[in-house]
Design a protein around this ligand. Structure first.
Ligand code: PEP
Ligand code: MN
Length: 270
C-alpha cells in the first residue's frame, strides 16, 4: 500500500458522539419523506411515515433544481417553498415528534435552517462548498453530508474531515449515486446516477463515520428502491434515507423515484 493510503488509514478513526438532546442514533437510521415540502400535506405525511417505521422526516424547503427557472412548477413552487416550507416542517415535527432532516444550501442560511432542522442535510451540489462545511463544523447539530456525484474516496474523507476538525463530530456520510452512463437510461429515463454501493465497505476501511444510503437518488426509479435498500444494508450501510410520497407519480419533484407508503412500510419492516 502506498504512503498516501497509509496516511489516510492511520488517521484516528473518529468516534461519533451523538447529541443526547436529540435522542436518536445514526445506527439503522430510517429517514423518509418527500423530496420537497409541497404544502400542509407534510404534516399528515410525517405521521404516516412514522407509522411505516421511519425515525426521521426528510423534505427540502429549499431545493437546488438543475433548471431553476425553465422547469419551475406552477402554483408558485420555484426551488421549494422556502420559509413557508420551514414553518410547515416545524408543524410536522410538532405533530409527529419526528426529527427533521432538511437541506442547508448556503452559509447565510444556517441560522434560519437551524431553527427547524435537527439534522442539516448538505446536498450533493454543496459537497465541496468549503465555507459551508467549515461553518457546519462549528454547529452543534448533526450533519448528513451527501456525496458529490463526482467525488472520489479521498475527497469524501477530506470533506468529512472539514466538518470534524471544526469540532462537530455528529456526522454521517450519505451515498446517493454517482455519475455514470447507465446503459439502461433509454429504457428508464428517470435514471440519472449509478448506485455507489461498493463505496460503503471501501469507506469503512478508513473511517467509522456512519454511512446512510440513499436508494432514491441513486436509482432514480421506484421499482429498484427496495432491492437497493436491502443491498446497501447487506454491504454495511448504517441507515437509509428514502423518498416517499402519498401519491408518488404526482410528487412535485423527483416523482419517478418516490415510493408509496405501502412500499416504505415493507422496506422498513422486512
Ligand atoms: C435530495 O435529497 O432531495 C437531494 C436534492 O439530493 P442530492 O443533493 O443528493 O441530489
Ligand atoms: Mn429528491
Amino acid at each position: 500500500m502506498n504512503e498516501y493510503i497509509e496516511s489516510l488509514k492511520s488517521q484516528e478513526k473518529l468516534k461519533i458522539s451523538i447529541d443526547k438532546s436529540i435522542n436518536f442514533s445514526w445506527e439503522h437510521f430510517k429517514i423518509a419523506g418527500p423530496c420537497s415540502v409541497e404544502g400542509p400535506s407534510i404534516i399528515d405525511i410525517a405521521n404516516e411515515i412514522k407509522k411505516c417505521g421511519a425515525t426521521a422526516l426528510r423534505a427540502g424547503a429549499y431545493k437546488p433544481c438543475t433548471f431553476p427557472i425553465l422547469k419551475s412548477k406552477s402554483g408558485g413552487w420555484k426551488e421549494g417553498l422556502k420559509k413557508e416550507g420551514l414553518d410547515l416542517l416545524k408543524e410536522a415535527k410538532k405533530s409527529s415528534g419526528l426529527p427533521i432532516v432538511t437541506e442547508v444550501m448556503d452559509v447565510r442560511m444556517i441560522e434560519e435552517i437551524a431553527e427547524v432542522a435537527d439534522i442539516f442535510q448538505v446536498g450533493t451540489r454543496n459537497f465541496q462548498n468549503y465555507s459551508l462545511l467549515d461553518e457546519l463544523g462549528k454547529q452543534n447539530k448533526p450533519i448528513l453530508l451527501k456525496r458529490g456525484t463526482w467525488a472520489t474516496l479521498d475527497e469524501i474523507l477530506g470533506a468529512s474531515e472539514r466538518i470534524l476538525v471544526g469540532g462537530n463530530k455528529n456526522l454521517a456520510i450519505c451515498l446517493r449515486g454517482v455519475v455514470g452512463m447507465p446503459s439502461y437510461r433509454h429504457i428508464f429515463p428517470s435514471i440519472r446516477w449509478a448506485p455507489d454501493l461498493m463505496m460503503i465497505p471501501a469507506l469503512k476501511e478508513f473511517t467509522n463515520i456512519p454511512i446512510i444510503y440513499d436508494p432514491s437518488h441513486s436509482t432514480g426509479y421506484r421499482n429498484f428502491v427496495p432491492a437497493v435498500c436491502k443491498a446497501s444494508l447487506a454491504i454495511g450501510a448504517d441507515g437509509l434515507i428514502i423518498e416517499a410520497h402519498p401519491d408518488p407519480d404526482n410528487s412535485i419533484s423527483d416523482p419517478d423515484q418516490a415510493v408509496s407508503f405501502e412500499t416504505l412500510k415493507k422496506i422498513f419492516n422486512d
